[in-house]
Every structure is written in structure tokens, then in C-alpha cells.
Design a protein around this ligand. Structure first.
Ligand SMILES: [Fe+2]
Length: 308
């Protein structure tokens, strides 16, 4: 079965897109790639030309999630499977491929109509990591950009679709306190999850994107020395370590309306491991985090009511 190899890039739209030009380099030591033709701010964290693209738009909105396959033959067979699944695959023309900076591209939608893309051969410079402050770089390579987490009306249904159609495997299922339902974590490479689903009845949208640092010091420096630590008003979760992927991280609201998780030391899952998913219950009275990750309520402008 053809499998998505990794998360390649994510595009969002926002009326405040221009804020990303200074926010991302100052907060996370990201580089800027060349702007998109529409003025999109391009965020670079490794030798790929960009990993996040923040386009001008009238509202905060997910524009596309780019899933990378290993070569054009994988793209051909994935396209056939998407056709069968009714996901509406379309070959992108030259102009769209150029806009994305890839050689071949197929657009489609997931089971809820969210805008997905599968691509191969992303443009990249060679070893041109030159961050705006000293920084030891990000974990990408065979693990891709990081991970995306979506709020969905039914996490099990979303996971089944992504497993059946895109070839993901389930790593963990975590039981949360009501009104939240189970959270499903899916992988396509050694990263613990490239995508996860947080169940909220009747809601849909982008919850967060995870960027993983090579060094704990870069997470701590961003948290304490740039953001001012626990009292920063934009934090969604303070510094802590997860019980599932065991990442040390924090979450912060960004100018495009969703959250960025910035962390270190995610648990890799060996490709060869015949691993059945763990079911982890973190409801009231049970351990929900290894430590920290205290929650602060924040708005998420990309999550909206969803009707079938
Ligand atoms: Fe995450």
C-alpha cells in the first residue's frame, strides 16, 4: 500500500499574515524563505525552501496541508487510491506546482472536506540553515516538518479514513475528560505522530502545528528569555512533558489564529516495531502529563462549527 511518507508543508491564510514576518524569527528562530507571489510569508526551518506559508486572506483559515510521498510512482498510486476513495484528486498545473515549490502535486480533500495535497520533490537549497539567532536546528529529515493536530467531530472516524486511504498507522489513543472525546495519534514514519485528531462534537479546524528542536536549550530560551515564561498572555499550555509522545514543549497562540507547539525530545517509534496502539486514560484523577503543561484558555479562530 502506498503511504504518505511525511508532513511536508502547511499553508494558512490570515488578515494578520504580515505579523509572521517578525513573529516567527523572533519567537522561534525560524528563517524566512522567499515570499510567495501573493505576498505569503514563508517560514523556513531546514534546507527545504519553506515549511509554513502564511498567505494574506480575509479570515484565519487553513489553506492546505502538504503530504510528501517519496517519488512520482508513489504519487501515481496514491492518486488512484484517492480516486477510489472519492477524495477528488486533481493533478496540479505547472503554475500551482511552482507556487508550492514542488515538481508534482495532487490536490484532494479529506473526509471532512479539508484541503490536502500530496507532492513529491520539494525545492530545497543545500545546507542553508542560517538562523536569526544561535539555534541548533529542527528535527525534520525522514520525520518531515513536524505534526499537525486537528479538531474533528469524530476522532475514530477521522483516523480510520487516514489509515485506510493515506496509509497512516495508529500510535496511541488517549482518553480525555468530557466534553473532549478520545484523541487519536497517527504516524507515517518514526515520528510518534505526523497527525492527530482531537474530538470535539460538531467542530472542525486546525488546532496546532508542532516544530521540534534538536536542543532543549532552544525551547527553554524561547520560553523564558524571548516569551517571558509562565506569565506570557498568549500561552495555551505552559512548559511541560506529554505522557504520550513524551515531548517537552509549550503551546502558544500565533497571529494566524491557531497554536504552535514548540518542543524537544519526541519519542521515536522504530519502523520495524510491530506496535499495537497504546490506550492511555488521562481522565480526572489520572496522570495527564509527565509534568507541567498547565492549560490556559485561548481562542482558536480556525476551529469552527462543522455540519455534515
Ligand atoms: Fe502536538
Amino acid at each position: 500500500m502506498t503511504e504518505i511518507a511525511k508532513l511536508g508543508y502547511v499553508g494558512v491564510e490570515s488578515p494578520d499574515h504580515a505579523e509572521w514576518r517578525t513573529w516567527a524569527p523572533e519567537t522561534f528562530a525560524c528563517m524566512l524563505g522567499p515570499d510567495g507571489a501573493d505576498g505569503a510569508v514563508r517560514i523556513k526551518i531546514d534546507d527545504a525552501d519553506y515549511r509554513l506559508s502564511v498567505h494574506p486572506g480575509r479570515e484565519h483559515r487553513l489553506a492546505y496541508v502538504g503530504w510528501e510521498v517519496l517519488d512520482h510512482r508513489d504519487l501515481d498510486s496514491l492518486e488512484a487510491r484517492l480516486e477510489k476513495a472519492g477524495a477528488g484528486p486533481r493533478r496540479a498545473d505547472r503554475a500551482l506546482c511552482e507556487a508550492r515549490g514542488v515538481q508534482e502535486l495532487v490536490t484532494f480533500t479529506d473526509l471532512y472536506g479539508q484541503p490536502y495535497e500530496a507532492f513529491c520533490y520539494q525545492s530545497s537549497g543545500y545546507r542553508d540553515w542560517d538562523p536569526p539567532r544561535p539555534h541548533q536546528g529542527f528535527v525534520t529529515g525522514d520525520q518531515g516538518l513536524g505534526h499537525v493536530v486537528f479538531v474533528v467531530p469524530d476522532a475514530k472516524e477521522a483516523s480510520e479514513w487516514h489509515t485506510d486511504v493515506l496509509g497512516f498507522r495508529t500510535t496511541d489513543i488517549i482518553r480525555l475528560n468530557p466534553p473532549l472525546g478520545d484523541m487519536w495519534f497517527l504516524r507515517s514514519n518514526p515520528r510518534h505522530h505526523s497527525i492527530a485528531f482531537l474530538q470535539m462534537d460538531g467542530m472542525l479546524g486546525l488546532h496546532h502545528i508542532y516544530l521540534e528542536c534538536n536542543s532543549l536549550d532552544d525551547v527553554g530560551y524561547a520560553y523564558y528569555d524571548v516569551l517571558g515564561g509562565d506569565q506570557n498572555p498568549d500561552l495555551l499550555m505552559r512548559l511541560g512533558r506529554h505522557i504520550g509522545d513524551q515531548t517537552v514543549s509549550f503551546y502558544i497562540h500565533n497571529p494566524a489564529g491557531f497554536f504552535i507547539e514548540y518542543g524537544w525530545d519526541g519519542l521515536p517509534i522504530p519502523e520495524t516495531e510491530a506496535r499495537s496502539p497504546r490506550y492511555i486514560d488521562v481522565t480526572e484523577g489520572k496522570r495527564a502529563e509527565m509534568w507541567g503543561h498547565h492549560f490556559v484558555m485561548q481562542p482558536n479562530e480556525t476551529v469552527r462549527p462543522y455540519r455534515r
